[in-house]
Design a protein around this ligand. Structure first.
Ligand code: ADP
Ligand code: ZN
Length: 433
């Protein structure tokens, strides 16, 4: 069983928690050096903290706090100590900016290295980083981790799909990192170009940066004949390297020596019982330039609370797949559901290709839900009965899952809009009421 840092990855829980308390106290003390936290922490006395749960005595920090304190409001080091700036993607509004010292970059690379090695990848692999470089953290974050592991790292970035395929072929890429939506698109282009996605040397894929279902992972694994691992992170907490699956694939280990996790009710902010689904709230425990306390990630998941230690030997907590952001929830005809539930159903139909779109409209005073689906080319052979049956089957399965009955529309492969970064799956045309 491979480890990057066996000591810390398998640290007994009591030692891990003692380390968290120590680092939490240090982090709060450090935060007081920033303009934003100096005020925010007036009523907090970290010297009394004795357990990680004492973090709840600190106020939350939100994405809006980061936006309001743009640019250096949360920074705790002199400007000359800062060596890197990153930014979020801006999926939900104005992008936030994050700063790092040299030590921060080292620690981040180390966390990513742990994730990489945990999947069985290593220095003998050729790693193609098929994700956006630049301000987005997915590119450089993984790049530094992969180099630290010693992989031959190809910084191919995103886009220019035919060239991506050429690189895979010419340099025998064995491991890739990509968004699930983009790598599935790569597989379609491979087929168009006359390749079989299984004929490459690929063996491991890191997929993340956007919500995706277990069915989608399965689809990626079957298409390329690889093992795919879920990768979770966000720019405010460095980027990739926050939580990642081990070879057991029974949840993502969240690195608790660097991050303190809470799960709260997104509406009230109240702590939930172990195993209940809620919003992840995360405190950085090992950051210099821009530590963040109790960050409201907006992401929904739950702690895997099966009472079992992960067979891989790591002691760090495991979280479930991310269901989506709290504000991804759709309310259609009074019924609540998440787009990921629709994806789960769609990807279980082998006739469905890799791209889909959900449209919500108001027709008169009624909500209507349309699910546009790309089908495999072989489905367009003139057999209408086959298509009608598939339409009825998909409609029923979606209704069984989310209660609302959708209108299902079939499209040819490549005809729905596609993004090279994070996929935009939902178009809500209803406007605000
Ligand atoms: P933005 O929040 O503007 O999209 P980031 O680029 O920092 O900026 O993206 C982080 C967000 O991406 C997370 O908060 C989460 O919503 C989503 N995300 C990242 N990895 C995953 C994953 N493995 N599964 C689901 N969602 C993910
Ligand atoms: Zn494990």
């Amino acid at each position: 069983m491979p480890f990057w840092d066996k000591h810390i990855e398998t640290l007994p829980r009591d030692e891990l928690e003692a380390l968290q308390v120590k680092r939490l106290k240090d982090t709060v003390a450090r935060c007081r050096k920033s303009i934003f936290y100096r005020n925010r922490l007036k009523d907090v006395d970290e010297s009394r903290f004795t357990t990680p749960e004492d973090v709840s005595l600190i106020p939350f920090t939100t994405k809006d706090d980061l936006r309001a304190n743009y640019d250096f409001g949360l920074v705790t080091v002199p400007r000359v100590e800062i060596v890197r700036m990153h930014s979020s993607s801006g999926t939900t509004g104005k992008a936030t900016v994050i700063f790092h010292t040299r030590k921060d970059i080292e620690i981040w690379a180390d966390l990513v290295a742990r994730c990489i090695v945990m999947t069985g990848a290593g220095k003998a692999d050729v790693f193609q980083n098929i994700i956006s470089y630049g301000m987005f953290t997915g590119g450089l974050g993984f790049h530094y981790g992969a180099e630290k592991v010693g992989m031959l790292t190809i910084p191919s970035g995103v886009g220019n799909t035919k060239r991506q395929i050429q690189l895979m072929k010419d340099f025998n890429t064995t491991v890739f990192h990509a968004t699930p939506s983009y790598i599935l698109y790569v597989s379609e282009v491979m087929v168009q170009e006359g390749f079989d996605p299984k004929e490459f040397d690929l063996r491991i894929g890191f997929v993340g940066a956007e919500p995706h279902s277990e069915q989608t992972r399965q689809r990626i694994e079957d298409t390329f004949d690889i093992s795919a691992f879920n990768s979770y992170g966000m720019s405010e907490l460095n980027g990739p390297g926050v939580a990642f699956e081990c070879e057991e694939k029974a949840g993502m280990h969240l690195w608790e020596d660097s991050y303190l996790l809470e799960v709260v009710d997104p509406a009230t902010g109240e702590k939930l019982s172990p195993g209940e689904e809620g919003e992840l709230v995360i405190t950085t425990l090992n950051r210099e330039a821009m530590p963040i306390l109790r960050y409201r990630t907006g992401d929904l998941a739950r702690v895997i609370d099966d009472g079992e230690k992960c067979p891989c030997g790591r002691t760090h907590v495991r979280i479930s797949r991310i269901k989506g952001r709290c504000d991804d929830m759709l309310i259609v005809k009074g019924v609540n559901f998440y787009p990921s539930q629709i994806e789960d159903v769609l990807m279980s139909f082998p006739e469905v290709a890799t791209n889909y779109q959900v449209i919500v409209e108001r027709v008169g005073s009624l909500d209507s839900l349309t699910v546009r689906v790309e089908l495999h080319p072989k489905m367009f052979d003139g057999d209408l009965r086959k298509l009608r049956k598939l339409e009825a089957d998909i409609t029923k399965s979606i209704q069984d899952e989310i209660v609302v009955s959708p209108k299902v529309e079939f499209h040819e492969p490549g005809s729905l809009p596609r993004s090279e970064g994070k996929a935009v799956r939902v178009v809500d045309k209803r406007g605000k009421i």
